[in-house]
Design a binder for this molecule. Structure first.
Ligand code: GLC
Ligand code: CA
Length: 725
């Protein structure tokens, strides 16, 4: 490890390419002309030059050949009070994801030098400069990218996963018993929906104490053990962070009701219109209620974007932000690896308190409190809510730096129909960083369509909308469902199609979010009004009884189906009933059966997760090859590794579809062959494409209805014109 000066580092760039503004603060062109490159530095002065991030604060560039690449980073700030800055270099130079410091101008701790640095996450302080030797993707999966980009994230509702103490409610110890299973799926990161003490009016999204565990799930000590377990298995944990609101039983809200001066401004209060007789505004919230509820104690209305038992916090009060940081620090100190920030588009309301206009799509038959009947111009996606996300990002970076911790991950949830508003949560650019994963719900919107509108063209529309709006500097992500939307197996025109959707989820570039139970194709359980007592999601009733069956989210939150054993599919032993009834299909759809079967959704899922760990899936290129009503196909490639993924979207029983992929890929040689590496479970061994390992000819690829396959092409990307930019 050699020590160098910032001035000399500038010389690694060709002199003629340097503008004085690039190097201002470090040196001058005249000085550089006089200087001579130090002998031990010439080894980095290779191949081509490419500017990287150049701002008022930073000068950086690449030097690279086919085989080697260096990134030279020089901080231009001279003010010793200047802040720590983090930059994202990922994607600026193809196929490089990480780097190691090989030379530096300041003494860096040996820890920093030994560790590989993710290009998404390069931290630099005032006056520092260093050279990173970059590592190429195909070297090895673990060394390719940061964990949150590579590894899928497995979403778990703790209460529905595994009960350990026979009270019918899933808990932390139960989850610990299932870590082998989770690992067998290839999942390395779990995301737990809220586990905090809560009156459970909204499945724990109504929190009465942000820094504890609900006793139904266990204790803080149990949670510590869980983290220890996970980390010893090289797994990670992220938890839900719910900043928008608290439960009305939270001590802050109780104090606010009492007019306690310390808490008066923790929530959002307003006088009613017309001398208090009418609500302050016409705002309608996302849980089917007016956003204002009168407090007789304070003789004012408080605001809630969700249930009246979930009062919104006031983020214009800096004290609230400080409280949130305290909470985040509490969980970070305990060892969590990141957060999924809930409902970020609802964090701030316009303080002019203007009414919101009706939406063009509003129908006369809509219930009065229908969220989608309004344009939420004053209460959603306000500019300041984006600022809050960026402030949390900065807070995490500082925390990680100070505590010598790995990168702290941040996902954000925003259901905006306008894709630009979703994209806005990602970083603004490579310097103003934001959410790592602004969750992509577009496939779930596709699943919202009527069955006869679910076809390749409609799917393509959603996928393309995402791809074409994703900023260059942002990393992609995919999900098929969550605790808020119906399960994919129920929503597809036919369940067999799920395998093709696993391929989209796991083989497209981007982080994959997997909802527990979807790996075995679990179905929703319908909840019926005649069994009102079974409903837990009371939000559903806010739209009127007649809408409750359709609105309840209980259907997709039922207990995990482990076995076909009575009484409760291995979820709980039977001393108590499960807190939410099991889905009826558990006898046919469960982990045990699918593990035993030679072929099953679960088996294919595992196979795809493994495949994802190979090049080109974690770093290579991607392009759509064809979309028609019947087909959707895309290609992934990096050098000699080229894979084609083709999904027949038709329901079983229709004619097979034949396609000339040789022509589509503009391949000019005599023939293009490929090997089947994965296929949907509905395809029999003696079908035209046959089993894994079979060779097929791409000029006449025949796909049965609902068949989905992954083919490894026997050609290098250089020989396939379609793969050229
Ligand atoms: C998010 C959660 C949802 C919850 C709401 C209010 O949208 O995903 O389940 O009801 O926030 O916290
Ligand atoms: Ca329990």
């Amino acid at each position: 490890m050699s020590s160098i000066s910032r001035e000399l580092l500038c010389l690694l760039a060709p002199l003629e390419s340097l503008r004085s503004s690039d190097i201002k603060g470090i040196t001058s062109i005249e000085e550089l002309k006089k200087a001579k490159l130090d002998d031990h530095l010439t080894q980095y002065c290779i191949g081509e030059y490419k500017p990287a991030i150049i701002t008022d604060n930073l000068f950086s560039f690449f030097r690279f050949t086919d085989k080697q690449a260096y990134l030279i980073i020089i901080d231009k700030q001279s003010d010793s009070n200047s802040e720590l800055r983090r930059y994202n270099f990922y994607g600026l130079l193809d196929t490089y994801g990480k780097g190691k410091i090989v030379a530096s101008c300041t003494t860096l701790s040996t820890d920093k030098i030994k560790k590989s640095i993710n290009l998404t996450n390069v931290i630099i302080t005032q006056g520092q400069a260093f050279i990173l030797e970059l590592c190429q993707f195909h070297t090895d999966y673990d060394e390719s990218q940061d964990w949150w980009m590579r590894d899928p994230i497995y979403e778990i509702i703790l209460s529905s996963y595994q009960d350990s103490n026979n009270d019918g409610i899933g808990d932390i110890q139960g989850l610990r018993q299932r870590l082998d299973y989770i690992q067998s799926l290839g999942m390395k990161t779990i995301w737990l929906t809220p586990i905090y003490p809560s009156p459970w009016k909204d499945y724990g999204y109504d929190i009465s104490n942000f820094c504890d565990i609900d006793s139904r799930f266990g204790s803080l000590d149990d949670f510590r053990e869980l983290i220890k377990d996970l980390h010893s298995r090289h797994m990670r944990i992220i938890i839900d962070f719910v900043p928008n609101h608290t439960a009305n039983t939270h001590p802050w809200f109780q104090a606010a009701l009492r007019n306690d001066p310390n808490y008066i401004d923790y929530y959002i209060w307003h006088e009613g219109k017309n001398n208090g007789k009418d609500l302050p505004t016409n705002w309608v919230g996302a849980s089917g209620q007016h956003m204002w509820t009168y407090s007789p104690e304070r003789k004012m209305y408080y605001l809630h974007q969700f249930l009246d038992s979930q009062p919104d916090l006031n983020f214009r009060n800096e004290k609230v932000m400080e409280e949130m940081k305290k909470i985040l620090r509490f969980w970070l100190d305990m060892g969590v690896d990141g957060f999924r920030a809930d409902a970020v588009r609802h964090l701030i309301e316009n303080d002019q308190f203007r009414d919101e206009p009706l939406s063009k799509n509003a129908k006369d038959s809509d219930p009065e409190v229908m969220y989608d009947a309004y344009e939420h111009t004053e209460t959603a996606d306000q500019p300041d809510s984006y600022v809050l996300v960026r402030r949390w990002r900065k807070f995490f970076d500082e925390y990680a730096y100070k505590n010598n911790r790995d990168y702290i991950f941040l996902a954000t949830e925003a259901y905006a129909q306008d894709i630009k508003k979703v994209m806005g949560h990602f970083a603004l650019n490579r310097e103003e960083l934001g959410s790592d994963v602004s969750i992509n719900f577009l496939i779930t919107y596709y699943l919202d369509k009527e069955d006869d509108e679910k076809h390749g063209l409609a799917l393509d529309k959603q996928l393309s909308e995402w791809h074409s709006n994703l900023p260059d500097h942002a990393w992609s992500n995919w999900c098929l469902g969550s605790h808020d939307s119906r399960r994919i197996a129920t929503r597809l025109p036919q369940k067999e199609l799920i395998d093709g959707f696993y391929m989209l989820l796991l083989l497209q570039s981007g982080t994959a979010l997997v909802y527990y139970g979807d790996e075995i194709g679990m179905f929703d359980r319908p909840f019926k009004l005649e069994h009102r007592e079974e409903f837990l999601d009371i939000t559903a009733f806010n739209y009127g009884d007649e809408h409750a069956e359709e609105k309840t989210r209980d259907c997709q939150r039922t207990p995990m189906q482990w076995t076909d054993q009575l009484p409760y599919a291995g979820f709980t032993s039977g001393t108590s009933k499960p807190y939410l009834p099991l889905s009826d299909a558990w006898h046919e759809v469960n982990v045990e059966q699918q593990e035993k079967a030679t072929r099953s959704h679960l088996k294919l899922f595992q196979q795809l997760v493994k495949l994802r760990q190979q090049s080109p899936f974690y770093g290579g290129n991607q392009k759509k090859v064809i979309s028609t009503k019947e087909l959707y196909a895309f290609i992934r490639w990096l050098d000699t590794n080229v894979y084609l993924i083709v999904i027949n979207m038709n329901k079983i029983g229709q004619n097979p579809v034949t396609t000339d992929f040789m022509k589509l890929l503009k391949y000019k040689d005599k023939e293009l062959l490929g090997e089947i590496v994965a296929r949907s479970c509905n395809v029999l061994d003696d079908s035209p494409n046959g089993k894994e390992g079979n060779q097929i000819n791409l000029n006449k690829l025949i796909l049965q209805s609902s068949e989905a396959i992954v083919v490894k092409l026997q050609a290098s990307a250089h020989d396939i014109p379609f793969c050229r930019p």
